[in-house]
Design a binder for this molecule. Structure first.
Ligand SMILES: [Zn+2]
Length: 316
C-alpha cells in the first residue's frame, strides 16, 4: 500500500516537473523567436517558409487586402517598434512605408526582398495621357513593383530572405539553408512545368486582359502579352481612352482570356465584357494571398497559372 502510494507521488512529482520544464522551454522559445514584420502577405508566407519555427511573422497588409491603398493603424506602429526585421518588396510598391517607419522609431534591420531582381521598367506611364499625381511617389523609381509574379524573381527574394536571417541568427544557419533550398526546388519545379505547358500555346493564344497591370513579370517569363485598364497601381482610375483601347484590342485580336482580380472592383471589367462579348476567365490573384482560394505563394502561382492556361487554351 505504502509502496503504491510512493509510486504515485513520485509519478505526480515527475509529471509536475516535466510540465514546468516544458512550460519554461515554451516561454524561452517564444522569447527567442525573431520578430519579423513584412509589408504584405506574400512576403509573410515566403519568410515563414525559410524561417520556419525560429521566426514569428506579422504582416502589415493582411491576406485579401490591397497593399496599393493601405493605411497603417497605431497597432502596426507598435508592432514595428518591437520588430527585429522589416521585410518590404521595394521597387516603389510600399508608398506608405516611409511614414510608418519614421513614426515607429523602428531600428531593426531592413530587407528589400526584390533587391537584385531583373526589373521591368514602367513604360506605359510615359505614353498614357492621364496624370495620376496621387501616385507620384511610385513614379520616382520607374519600376514595375509586381516582381513576385515571376517565379525566377522570387528565387532572388528567397536568397535575400535567407541572407537576412543568417546575418541575424547564425546559430540556425543550416536549418535556414535547408528550408530555402527545399523551397527553391519547389519554385524550379513549378517554373519548368509551366514553361512546358505555355510553350504549347500559339502566338494568337498569348494575349490576356486584366484590370491593373500586375502581371508583366509573369507575362515576360512565359511569353504572354498583357493589356490592362489601369496602370501599375490600383489607386488611379482607368481613363476612357484606356478602356476604349482595351475594347478595340479584345475585338481585333479575338482575346478570350479576360480576367478580374480577387481584390479589385470588377465593374469596369464587366463593362468591357458587355462591350466585347468576351468570355470572362475568372478572377486572378494579384497582390494579396487569398485565405479562401490560395493561402500560400505557391498556391497563388498555381491558381493563376491554371486560370490563365485554361482561358488561353479555349481560343483556337
Ligand atoms: Zn498591383
Amino acid at each position: 500500500m505504502i509502496y503504491k502510494w510512493t509510486i504515485s507521488v513520485l509519478f505526480l512529482m515527475a509529471s509536475f516537473s516535466v510540465n514546468s520544464v516544458e512550460q519554461q522551454m515554451a516561454e524561452v522559445n517564444s522569447a527567442a523567436k525573431l520578430k519579423i514584420v513584412t509589408t504584405f502577405s506574400i512576403l509573410a508566407d515566403l519568410f515563414k517558409n525559410v524561417g520556419g519555427q525560429y521566426v514569428e511573422v506579422h504582416t502589415l497588409v493582411d491576406w485579401d487586402e490591397d497593399a496599393h491603398v493601405f493605411h497603417p493603424s497605431p497597432a502596426d506602429v507598435r508592432r514595428l517598434t518591437k520588430a527585429d526585421l522589416l521585410v518590404l518588396n521595394g521597387l516603389g510598391f510600399e508608398g506608405w512605408l516611409e511614414r510608418l517607419i519614421s513614426s515607429s522609431n523602428f531600428n531593426g534591420k531592413l530587407v528589400t526582398a526584390a533587391s537584385g531582381v531583373d526589373v521591368i521598367k514602367r513604360l506605359e506611364d510615359k505614353e498614357s495621357d492621364h496624370h495620376d499625381h496621387h501616385d507620384h511617389h511610385l513614379d520616382v523609381q520607374g519600376f514595375d513593383p509586381h516582381a513576385w509574379h515571376s517565379l525566377s524573381a522570387v528565387k532572388k527574394y528567397i536568397d535575400n530572405i535567407l541572407n537576412s536571417l543568417v546575418e541575424l541568427d547564425k546559430a540556425h544557419q543550416a536549418q535556414y539553408q535547408h528550408n530555402a533550398s527545399r523551397y527553391l526546388s519547389e519554385l524550379d519545379k513549378l517554373e519548368s512545368e509551366t514553361k512546358l505547358r505555355m510553350s504549347k500555346l500559339s502566338e494568337a493564344q498569348r494575349n490576356i486582359v486584366i484590370p491593373h497591370n500586375a502581371f508583366a513579370y509573369l507575362a515576360r517569363d512565359f511569353g504572354l502579352h498583357v493589356y490592362s485598364l489601369k496602370g501599375i497601381s490600383t489607386e488611379a482610375e482607368a481613363s476612357a481612352a484606356q478602356i476604349a483601347q482595351v475594347i478595340r484590342k479584345i475585338k481585333s485580336e479575338n482575346i478570350h482570356a479576360v480576367f478580374t482580380e480577387t481584390t479589385g472592383d470588377d465593374r469596369l471589367m464587366k463593362l468591357v465584357q458587355q462591350e466585347t462579348d468576351a468570355r470572362m476567365g475568372g478572377a486572378l490573384i494579384s497582390g494579396a494571398l487569398s485565405k479562401k482560394l490560395a493561402p500560400t505563394y505557391l498556391d497563388m502561382m498555381r491558381y493563376n497559372i491554371e486560370k490563365i492556361i485554361h482561358a488561353l487554351s479555349s481560343r483556337e
